[in-house]
Design a protein around this ligand. Structure first.
Ligand code: AMP
Length: 388
């Protein structure tokens, strides 16, 4: 493994090929890199359509993974729910660095290991129990005191694989445990939060760190709906503590790349909910708000280049879900109406299959303050519903 910078002209390998891979590819091309994506199986993916090479194969297809590895100078992630061992083995045999390292990915893809890593880093998390049996589940609900949230330890995202429990008896617990299977659950207290925030931190191979400040996020049906930065409803003290926690975790994990840390704010208290060792939905506004976006920082970090200036102007992002296409008139969304405001930045992810709740794109506005930016972005989204 080399610590020399991977210069523009080299090939960035991206594991996963959704919208994050797509936006990372745009940035890589801007800097003169080539891009190979490993899709997990499907062809013609949002990332693959804009990459130089699309390897449409499963993450467990060793021949295809080897082919992917052989085209890359460095490998990074846009999707962490993959078996990391084989990829790491093949990459290390071929001398291709994997950044962030697979141990961070392994921690992030398993809520139990994630909690252990967070506690080892010394940051607060909500009270929780790890559960694999019916009896443990009943016990956890009693210990923590209902209501609680039970979360599948693996393969949960956008609130999938989660259930809120006001109480639990033996038969109900058995049904939940049977449905979840062998991997198990974590059961945690419901945090009566006032706000949800996140921090995207970048760390280079020399240990240098930077961040984009604090994003304040609102989820609807457990899917991120809006982000503003700087946050509207948290104090400077809490914002500083959030940044401090994110950098502490990045340092503790020995991150090379970017890491998003999602937190709940209750009064002046923070607890960490989740980490994602890659660019994050809540960091999309950095594309316009910062001179170096989360994707730019990821590239710089994994290529061993100096990190850029990630500080953000006041900005807001609104998510565009598949529901927007589901209009009884059959007309497409009112793109011209939305873009009547020249400060609206539209991003669509190139997904052909539209499903309710599926993330199809987002819009960002920059303004003099986060509330102004949010007002403009929300107004633009409302105009999308006005069909031509
Ligand atoms: P997650 O998949 O853990 O990111 O959860 C998705 C969303 O569900 C979060 O952004 C919160 O809005 C909500 N949520 C998850 N865990 C909790 C909790 N322990 N207490 C309250 N709300 C939660």
């Amino acid at each position: 493994m080399t610590d020399h910078p991977i210069a523009p002209g080299g090939t960035i390998g991206i594991v996963g090929s959704g919208q994050l891979g797509r936006m990372l590819s745009f940035e890589a091309h801007r800097l003169g890199y080539r891009v190979a994506v490993l899709t997990g199986g499907t062809k013609d993916t949002p990332g693959g359509r804009v990459a130089d090479i699309e390897v449409a194969a499963g993450y467990d297809d060793d021949l295809a993974v080897q082919r992917f590895v052989d085209t890359c100078d460095v490998i990074t992630w846009e999707f962490e729910n993959v078996e990391v061992d084989m990829l790491e083995h093949l990459a290390s045999r071929s001398g291709v660095p994997v950044r962030p390292g697979s141990s961070i990915i392994a921690a992030a893809q398993h809520r139990g290991r994630e909690r252990q890593a967070l506690m080892a880093a010394g940051v607060p998390v909500a009270a929780f129990r790890e559960v694999t049996t019916t009896r443990q589940l009943v016990r956890a609900v009693t210990d923590l005191g209902p209501p609680v949230i039970a979360k599948r330890v693996r393969f949960g995202y956008d609130g999938r694989g989660q259930v809120r429990l006001a109480s639990v008896d033996e038969p109900a617990a058995r049904r939940i445990v049977e449905k979840i299977g062998d991997d198990g659950l974590i059961v945690e207290e419901v945090v009566p939060f006032d706000a949800e925030v996140s921090v995207v931190v970048a760390r280079g191979i020399t240990g240098e760190m930077t961040h984009h400040g604090v994003m304040e996020n609102v989820h609807v049906n457990r899917i991120l709906d809006t982000t503003v930065t700087p946050p509207l409803s948290v104090s400077h003290r809490v914002a500083a503590a959030a940044v401090d926690m994110a950098t502490t975790i990045a340092e503790h994990l020995g991150l090379v790349g970017v890491l998003c840390v999602e937190m709940f704010v209750t009064g002046e208290e923070l607890v960490v909910n989740e980490i994602a060792p890659r660019p994050h939905n809540s960091g999309h506004c950095t594309i316009e708000a910062a001179s170096t976006s989360q994707f730019g920082q990821q590239l710089r970090a994994i290529c061993g280049l100096p990190l850029g200036d990630g500080s953000c102007r006041p900005a807001a992002m609104v998510q565009l879900l598949g529901d927007l296409w589901n209009d009884p008139s059959g007309h497409p969304p009112g793109w011209s109406e939305a873009m009547a405001d020249p400060g609206v930045h539209l991003h669509l992810y190139g997904k052909e299959e539209v499903r309710p709740g599926r993330k199809m794109g987002h819009m960002t506005c920059i303004d003099v303050s986060p509330d102004k930016a949010l007002e403009r972005a929300l107004a633009a989204r409302r105009r999308l519903w006005r069909r031509p």
